[in-house]
Design a protein around this ligand. Structure first.
Ligand SMILES: [Zn+2]
Length: 309
C-alpha cells in the first residue's frame, strides 16, 4: 500500500471530519488505523452502508459487479475491500467520489490499481490534480498523483452508471460543500448518498468556500434531496448515521436561517470580524456548535459564501 505522510492525512481529517476551526488549528487527532473497524449496514436490495473513519461509503451489488460511493482514507483500503468481499465476491467496477476531500478520496489509488474506474465531477479532478488550500485554516493539501485522479468525469446535470442491473444516478450540485459535489441516487433501493453536502450529526457542516463551497448551494442540495425519492428514502450522509427526509429538513432549516441572517449583515457592509462579534447565530450555535470555535468557523463559512462573487 502506498504510504501517506501523517501530516497529509491529519490535514485531510481536519477538512471534513471536524467542523470549521479558527487558526491556529489545534493539533489534529492521530488516527490509529489498526483500531478502525468497518461496520456494514444492510439497506436492502443488495445495497449497504459502510462506516469506518472518514466519509460514509455506499455499496450497491449488481449481478456481475459492484458500484461504490466514496472510499475513505488510503490506510483503510484493505479493510474496506475485505468488508465488501464479505458482502459479495464480485469485482468493484466503479468508485464514485462525491467530492475531493481526502476522507472520501484517499483510497482512490488503491482501488484504481485493482481496475476500478473512479468517477466524479470534473472540478474534483482539477482540485485533486492541482492541490488546494483551506480557507479557514490556510492548510495546504498537496496535489494527488495521477493514479488517484478520476478517469471518468462529467461536467454538469446528471449521468447514469449501470452495473449488472444496478443503476446509479449521479447529479451535480454547483457550489455547495465544494465546487465538485456529486450526489448519488440508487432508484431500485431508494437510497440517496449526499457526500458532505449534508450531515446527520446535528452539527454545523464545513463549507469549503475557498474551493467553491457556498451556503446557497448547500441549501439547493437539501432542496434536491427533499424532492427525490419519497418519505421512505434512506439517506447516506457524508458523516453520521443513516438519515431520513426529516433530518434533511432540519439541517436545511438551520442553513436557511444562517444564510438569511448573515446575508443581511453582509449586505449592510459589515466586515467578517463585525459579523462574528455580533453573534447572529447564537441560538443555532447552542444546538449545532460543539464549541465556540465551531460557532465562529460556521459564521465565517457562511459569510465567505457571499464574498465569492
Ligand atoms: Zn468534505
Amino acid at each position: 500500500m502506498r504510504r501517506i505522510g501523517l501530516a497529509f492525512v491529519t490535514t485531510l481529517l481536519l477538512v471534513c471530519a471536524a467542523t470549521a476551526q479558527q487558526p491556529p488549528a489545534p493539533p489534529p487527532p492521530l488516527v490509529d488505523w489498526d483500531k478502525v473497524q468497518i461496520k456494514t449496514t444492510d439497506l436492502g436490495n443488495n445495497t449497504y452502508m459502510l462506516e469506518g473513519q472518514g466519509g460514509n461509503i455506499t455499496v450497491a451489488v449488481g449481478t456481475d459487479g459492484i458500484i461504490m460511493v466514496d472510499g475513505q482514507f488510503a490506510p483503510l483500503s484493505d479493510k474496506i475491500k475485505a468488508a465488501i468481499k464479505a458482502i459479495s465476491p464480485l469485482p468493484i467496477k466503479y468508485l464514485i467520489n462525491t467530492h475531493y476531500h481526502g476522507d472520501h478520496t484517499g483510497g482512490n489509488e488503491n482501488f484504481a490499481k485493482d481496475g476500478v474506474t473512479v468517477v466524479a465531477h470534473d472540478n474534483l479532478r482539477v482540485r485533486l490534480a492541482a492541490g488546494t488550500i483551506q480557507g479557514l485554516t490556510g492548510n495546504k493539501i498537496a496535489p494527488r498523483p495521477a493514479e488517484a485522479l478520476p478517469k471518468q468525469t462529467y461536467f454538469g446535470g446528471s449521468i447514469t452508471l449501470e452495473v449488472g442491473g444496478r443503476k446509479a444516478i449521479l447529479t451535480y450540485v454547483a457550489n455547495a460543500h465544494t465546487d465538485g459535489d456529486t450526489w448519488v441516487y440508487f432508484p431500485d433501493a431508494n437510497v440517496l448518498c449526499t457526500g458532505d453536502t449534508s450531515n446527520n450529526l446535528k452539527k454545523y457542516q464545513n463549507i469549503d468556500w475557498a474551493n467553491g463551497g457556498d451556503v446557497r448551494g448547500m441549501i439547493r442540495a437539501q432542496d434536491a434531496y427533499l424532492k427525490a425519492g419519497n418519505d421512505q428514502t434512506k439517506i447516506v450522509v457524508g458523516h453520521g448515521p443513516l438519515a431520513s427526509k426529516k433530518d434533511v429538513a432540519e439541517f436545511r432549516a438551520m442553513l436557511v436561517t444562517a444564510r438569511d441572517r448573515v446575508e443581511k449583515l453582509f449586505n449592510e457592509g459589515k466586515t467578517e470580524d463585525e459579523v462574528i462579534a455580533a453573534k447572529p447565530l447564537a441560538d443555532l450555535d447552542a444546538t449545532w456548535a460543539r464549541n465556540p470555535q465551531d460557532a465562529i468557523g460556521n459564521t465565517r463559512n457562511v459569510y465567505n459564501s457571499f464574498k465569492r462573487f
